[in-house]
Structure formats: C-alpha cells, structure tokens
Design a protein around this ligand. Structure first.
Ligand SMILES: Nc1ncnc2c1ncn2[C@@H]1O[C@H](COP(=O)(O)OP(=O)(O)O)[C@@H](O)[C@H]1O
Ligand code: SF4
Ligand SMILES: [Mg+2]
Length: 432
C-alpha cells in the first residue's frame, strides 16, 4: 500500500503536487446573484419550521425487507433483512427533515425507497399536491416524477462515473428527460456548475481532477439539474474533511433558501442536522424511535437512544444528573435486522430496559404538539418514569402481560401530528 496522500484539495493537502492542478473553488457567496434567479424567484426561503406548510412527502408505514437466500444451487429465501420496518413521517414543502441514527439503522434504504431505487415491501409514499403514491408507480409511471425527487449520495468518489466528464455527468438528466434543447445543455450545465461554486470552464474535466468537496458539488449540481421539489441528501458531507463540510452545508442551505427545495437530510449524528433541519427523526434498527421539532429533540429528548446520541454532541444542554453532564455510552453494535430483538428493538442496549420492553413493542406515541416517541419509559434524561407510561394505552400491566381490566386505546400511527396527544407526566390525553 502506498502511503502517499493523494488528496488534491489544495486547502487540505498543499504538499500534493497534483493540488495545484485542482480546479479552484469559487467563493460560496457567488451563489446569490446568478442567472439562476428565475428558479430562485419561484422558490421561497424556508429554513425555519413552518407548521402550516403542507407535506411535499408523506410516508406511511413504509417497509423494506430484503430477502436472505440460502447458499447452494437452489437458493431459497431463508429470512429477511428488515432494513426499514413500518416508518411514517412527513417532509414539509420547502422544509427539511433530518434523519439520523447509527450505521445500519436503515437510513440509506429509506432514501433509496423514496427515490424509488428500491421497490418497497409495503407502505405508501404520497408525493406532491396530488399525493401520488410513489410506492405504487411502475418504473415507467415513475419517470416524470424522478425529476422532482433527486438524491445526493454519500460518497463523492464512487457516485460519479470516472469515465464521463463533468459536463456529461451534470447534463445527463437533461438529455434523458429531454427538458432542454440539445444545443442549450452546455450553457445550462455551466450555469449549474457556477451555482454550486465550481468553475464553469471545467466542464470538460473528469471527476478525478477534483477534490472530494468539489466532487460533492458536482453531485449536487447533478441533483439540481431538473429543478427538483425534494432532495434526499444521504450523508452528503460524511466523506469530506471537516473544513469542507461546512462549505458544502452552507451551499445546500443557500440552495434550499433560494430555490425552496425540500430536503430529507440523512446523517449519522445529531450535530450536523442541528443547523440544517428544523425537524428531526431518529431511527434505530428500521424504526423511527423519536421525531420532533429541533428545540424538542435538542432540549427535551425523551428516548434513551436519542439521549445517548445527543450526549456525544458537544454544547447540547443535558440534564444535570448529580450536578454533572452525563455521557451515555452506547455499548456494542446495532443488532442484526434479520432477527431483531423482540418488543423494543433498542432493549439490548438500553440502560432502562425492563420486562415489558422484551414483550411489547412501544408504539410511536405522540407526547407533545410536535413530538413523538417510542419508549415505554419515555421521560427527560435522568427523569425516566418508574412504571411504563404506555401500559394503560396498550391494555397490558406493568410487566407487559395482557391485562383484561384495561381497554387498549386506539392510537394514531400515521405520519404528521394530531391535535390531541398523550401527556406522559399526567398520563392523560390533552389537546392543543
Ligand atoms: N440491498 C440490500 N440487501 C440486503 N441487505 C441490505 C441491502 N441494503 C441494506 N441492507 C441492510 O439493511 C440494513 C440497513 O442498511 P442501510 O439502510 O444502508 O443503513 P444506514 O444507511 O442507516 O447505515 C443493514 O443491515 C444493511 O446491511
Ligand atoms: S422501551 Fe424499554 S428498552 Fe426500549 S427504549 Fe424504552 S426503556 Fe429502553
Ligand atoms: Mg447509509
């Protein structure tokens, strides 16, 4: 193995002789006064939460089970990877929802389902004003909608074809969808390169002539080509150096504000989505375990998993336990989604787990105006209730065994929020 640093970003690796050939990064503030203004003019800035914005995407009980095959000549299905198992959420028009969780929780699969790179096992994905269900469309019927839903991939090194020029990569969606006359494609691509802060004259260069940050900008330009309504950004900065991450995030934020694009922003930690997303969903082993607006997630998370993820984020206010800020260590790895733990999937790593957690799956329960959590012992950090908050709702006793004297409640399980919710302190339904 060679130990030569091949990084061609001159900012990160001035020693690299190739660095001087790397195309220059235009300054991020070049974005605001470009001829892309006609698109910008149609959009609206929406980095804040607009509780009245209609959903551009409404995902209801979405599932993706990948078959596991036996080895041998006759390959039988012997199980399923439950990568995504019944998740529901909404992305508001022009808004952005963060989707976070450790590696293997099903975030990328969710992104790939929404962009229909995979066909879901079950559930619905209602898109746009006429609420077309993307899950039910054939590949052919999906084609016009592919323009509206685009994806930015995690790895800018593998997501761009090394044999195609930047011009061909960014221009390809224009030819495929036949939206711009052939002789106009080049101008349009140059304009897009400029929008994402790249030198339009580098149209004929190949991906390997660019640094990681620049390649990610190429990926962003490609995703913007067809003026999408929704962008799925799958860990768009995880592969980049920290100093470059901020630039790319700023670029995405500007594009969102100017073009009114909605984002599903996938990340493995809560630090990055904090600035970008006014609403955050936390995923664990194929399920959403908590979803809320930014203030609630960062100030008053009620799920032990969210609390553990937050304890790794610097500067987040944590409940003082015995006068000190608790660092919750997450032991071990995410278990296999082929045979996930019974009841609550987080129980094998949860310091609060009790008998009920193995027996009964906690529902994703709305506990505030814009807050849902899936935990029998939902509570502020350091203030978890001693008895399950859910037993009265689910018709079980404190250990999770059926309790015939308790009638289960009908709980709303769909995307979005209801006007009534369950207050975990008083253990009663309350309304706005
Ligand atoms: N095409 C596939 N076939 C089988 N299993 C898959 C496939 N894609 C993902 N998985 C499995 O699904 C689970 C979720 O993966 P993924 O969505 O990539 O998680 P994340 O993006 O949160 O890291 C993992 O256990 C992964 O191994
Ligand atoms: S339901 Fe039980 S195991 Fe699951 S997060 Fe809550 S306390 Fe932990
Ligand atoms: Mg992933």
């Amino acid at each position: 193995m060679s130990n030569i640093n091949l990084d061609t970003d001159p900012e990160r690796n001035p020693e690299n002789p190739e660095a001087k050939h790397a195309p220059e990064l235009a300054k991020p503030d070049d974005v605001s006064h470009l001829s892309f203004a006609e698109i910008a003019a149609q959009g609206h800035g929406a980095t804040k939460l607009d509780p009245d914005a209609p959903a551009v995407l409404s995902v209801d009980d979405l599932k993706m089970y990948f078959p596991v095959k036996s080895s041998g000549v006759v390959r039988r299905t012997i199980g399923h990877v439950q990568a995504v198992d019944g998740i529901s959420f909404e992305v508001p028009q022009g808004g952005s929802l963060g989707l976070v969780g450790e590696s293997g929780c099903g975030k990328s699969t969710t992104g790939r389902l929404i962009t229909r790179l995979y066909e879901p096992t079950g559930g619905a994905m209602y898109f746009g004003e006429d609420r077309t269900d993307l899950a039910k469309l054939s590949n052919r019927a999906m084609k016009p909608l592919r323009r509206d839903v685009q994806m930015i991939f995690q790895d800018p090194y593998t997501s761009l074809n090394p044999r195609h020029t930047v011009g061909a990569i960014v221009g390809a969606p224009l030819s495929v969808h036949n939206v711009v006359p052939k002789n106009k494609i080049k101008d349009r691509v140059k304009e897009l390169l400029e929008v994402v802060g790249l030198n339009p004259e580098h149209y004929n260069r190949y991906p390997n002539e660019f640094s990681g940050g620049q390649r990610q900008r190429i990926g962003i330009a490609r995703a913007l080509t067809l003026n999408p309504k929704l962008l799925v950004a799958d860990e768009p900065v995880s592969a980049l150096d920290v100093s470059i991450q901020a630039q790319v995030i700023n670029l995405l934020q500007e594009l969102q504000a100017e073009m009114g694009i909605a984002f599903l922003f996938i990340a493995h930690d809560l630090a990055i989505v904090r600035h970008f997303c006014p609403e955050v969903a936390v995923m664990y082993l194929g399920k959403i375990v908590e979803i809320a607006d930014r203030e609630t997630i960062y100030g008053s998370a009620h799920h032990p998993y969210t609390q553990a993820l937050l304890s790794a984020v610097p500067d987040v206010k944590q409940a003082a336990v015995g006068g000190r800020r608790e660092r919750i260590r997450l032991e071990g790895d995410v278990p296999s989604p082929i045979n996930p733990p019974s009841g609550c999937r987080f129980r094998t790593r949860c310091h609060l787990a009790q008998d009920i957690c193995a027996k009964v799956e906690p529902p994703l329960l709305q506990i505030g105006p814009r807050h849902k959590v899936a935990c029998h012992f939902a509570g502020e950090l350091g203030d978890a209730p001693r008895t399950p908050v859910t037993s009265g709702l689910l018709g079980v006793d404190g250990q999770g065994s059926p309790d015939p004297s308790v009638t289960p409640e009908e709980l709303a399980t769909g995307p979005g929020y209801e006007k009534r919710w369950f207050d975990v302190k008083s253990r009663q339904m309350v309304s706005a």
